[in-house]
Design a protein around this ligand. Structure first.
Ligand code: HEC
Ligand code: HEC
Length: 293
């Protein structure tokens, strides 16, 4: 009870608790074992013509029941926190209990988790049970955005099943995406270049996808404004998260309208960081699961 405002209040809580216990004991004792109450001479009242109130006390086992619970309360208050700031003889606390359980968890599972965190991906991928727990970790943490089949959704959350990796598909790159998150920044160009240029660049991007970009009227503009991030050949740059514009995969959709929106208004997708929420073993399992073929 360290959070009690002062020793003064702690003292009061203790005094009131002890006084209540003594009070309850005195009450039941006086009911069962002291002579008193109504004078024996005084006739007991009669109700409704023939209902006599009578003087029978409650059965004696009630006394023992209440007495036993008082004894248990006293023992409890001696062992556990309850009497003001007194921590109890066992020194038990909720925080301490959590620490103890965490420690037990670490000693029981710590070595296994370290093994998993340092294992070869191939070894993990061969273990069906580990892959099943990887899938559970995925379902719980990632599926809301990337969908249960990891196929992505809503033209907002990328597919994690195809060969196209915006931020790179090597184990270390995927691990970085999960652990630290990713923030993609592509500013919109409509304000700077005007509508006709955006239309032309949209057409150029579509042409990139069809392998027909060479000699396109917007080629010079693309080289000037876009190539620094997306590459002269449109193949993207995983360091910047700039997607490959030539492949079939696309994050925000293949339609001319979606592409036009990306170019004109910009895009800024954010993958949240999971380094604090998942431990090394869980992240390792996810990387293995995402890279399995
Ligand atoms: C709140 C939604 C959200 C959640 C939850 C989420 N992600 Fe993402 N993730 C995104 C978005 C959005 C992107 C794309 C960021 C961008 O535009 O570059 C992304 C990108 C990624 C990438 C990079 C893809 C690429 O092509 O390089 C990986 C890998 C990834 N997420 C894995 C995961 C895993 C594993 C989890 C679960 C631990 C997860 N994500 C949970 C939204 C989410
Ligand atoms: C500063 C680097 C940068 C520049 C310059 C840039 N982009 Fe991007 N572009 C990106 C990034 C990063 C993304 C991914 C945005 C996201 O994931 O939210 C992207 C996304 C896109 C997309 C959407 C791709 C998809 O999969 O849906 C298109 C289309 C695109 N850019 C075209 C262009 C064109 C055309 C230009 C030139 C006018 C251009 N970009 C200039 C960095 C850049």
């Amino acid at each position: 009870m360290a959070e009690l405002p002062s020793a003064f209040w702690s003292g009061w809580v203790a005094v009131i608790t002890v006084a209540s216990l003594i009070g309850v004991f005195w009450l039941i004792y006086s009911i069962y074992f002291t002579k008193g109450g109504r004078d024996a001479e005084e006739p007991s009242p009669v109700w409704d013509g023939n209902l006599r109130e009578g003087e029978h006390p409650a059965p004696l086992w009630w006394f023992w029941l209440i007495f036993a619970s008082l004894v248990i309360s006293v023992i409890y208050l001696m062992l556990y926190p309850g009497l003001g700031a007194f921590g109890g003889a066992l020194n038990w606390s909720q925080g301490g209990e959590i620490d103890r359980r965490l420690n037990r968890y670490q000693t029981e599972f710590g070595p296994v988790r370290r093994l998993v965190a340092e294992a070869q991906l191939a070894t993990l991928q061969e273990d069906a049970k580990l892959m099943a727990s990887a899938q559970r970790i995925y379902d719980r943490n990632c599926a809301v955005c990337h969908a249960y089949d990891a196929g992505g959704q809503a033209n907002l959350f990328p597919s994690l099943t195809d060969a196209a990796w915006q931020w790179g598909g090597q184990a270390a790159q995927i691990e970085h995406s999960i652990r630290h998150g990713r923030l993609a920044v592509m500013v919109g160009w409509e304000a700077a270049l005007g509508e006709p240029a955006i239309d032309a660049l949209t057409d150029y991007t579509l042409a990139l996808g069809n392998g027909a970009a060479a000699g396109h009227p917007a080629e010079a503009q693309y080289m000037q404004f876009c190539a620094a991030c997306h590459g002269a050949d449109g193949s993207g740059n995983p360091l910047l998260g700039a997607p490959d514009l030539t492949d079939d995969a696309s994050l925000y959709g293949q339609s001319p309208a979606a592409i036009r929106h990306s170019i004109g208004q910009g895009r800024s997708g954010e993958m949240p960081a999971f380094g604090e929420r998942l431990d090394d073993a869980q992240i390792r399992l996810l990387v293995a699961w995402l890279q399995r073929s």
